[in-house]
Design a protein around this ligand. Structure first.
Ligand code: NI
Ligand code: MN
Length: 216
């Protein structure tokens, strides 16, 4: 399994020649070309997460898996969708995904109710990956840690709209994963952080900070 960071909270994950996209807001990678995309996951309706999901679905035929209300919105705009809700565990040709709670809000770029926000737990190639979406720190993370046993977690660290570094460090403890990938930081001023601070604090709790370079 290969994890590529496309900036903000966007990732491309590849396994066995198949790729999935998570929260494809792609302003940091204008030259990105979606190829061999099998599935697209969107955590909530805010434009910095929905991003180019609808366009990429129409272009590639890959369905968008997302919360029911947002899935309906995407379907109306011509995307293929899998409407899900919290508690859903879906099997795919490349692995499995489960929708888990995120504490945030969710409205579409044109102001429609987007359903509840979520995070995703992916099981791919025997590894468990958790993408938190936009969320506050919450005790749900203890349960996600106990139940899914994630190996790698992707956590927002930028503050203002989500957890900040200090809260993400506590989240990493609750989740119990060995590797922590930071996201949702340094895209714009309100979420600027010192990434060295994150690396130091994650090492202090005995975990591996995995700061990925943005790479199309
Ligand atoms: Ni958001
Ligand atoms: Mn966001």
């Amino acid at each position: 399994m290969e994890i590529k960071y496309l900036g903000h909270s966007a990732f491309e994950i590849e396994t066995g020649g198949k790729k999935i996209l998570i929260d494809p807001f792609l302003v940091a990678v204008p030259d990105y070309k979606p190829e061999r995309i099998y599935d697209i996951f969107v955590t909530h309706a805010h434009s910095d997460h929905l991003g180019s999901a609808i366009e990429i679905s129409k272009q590639t035929g890959a369905p968008i898996t997302t919360i029911f209300e947002l899935a309906n919105y995407c379907a109306k705009k011509g995307a293929k969708v899998n409407g899900i809700n919290l508690g859903s565990s879906l099997s795919y040709s490349w692995g499995k995904a489960s929708a888990v709670p995120a504490f945030h809000s969710s409205s579409t770029p044109d102001g429609m109710y987007g359903g509840c926000p979520c995070g995703y737990v992916f099981e791919i190639d025997g590894q468990v990956l958790y993408h938190a979406g936009d969320t506050s720190l919450s005790s749900e993370m203890q349960l996600i840690g106990d139940f899914y046993r994630p190996d790698i977690v992707m956590l927002p660290i930028g503050g203002t709209y989500t957890m900040d570094i200090e809260q993400a460090v506590k989240a990493a403890e609750l989740l119990g994963a060995s590797e922590v990938i930071p996201m949702h930081y340094n895209t714009f001023e309100a979420i600027n952080v010192d990434i060295g601070d994150f690396e130091r604090q994650i090492r202090e709790i005995g975990k591996i900070p995995r700061v990925l370079k943005i790479n199309a």
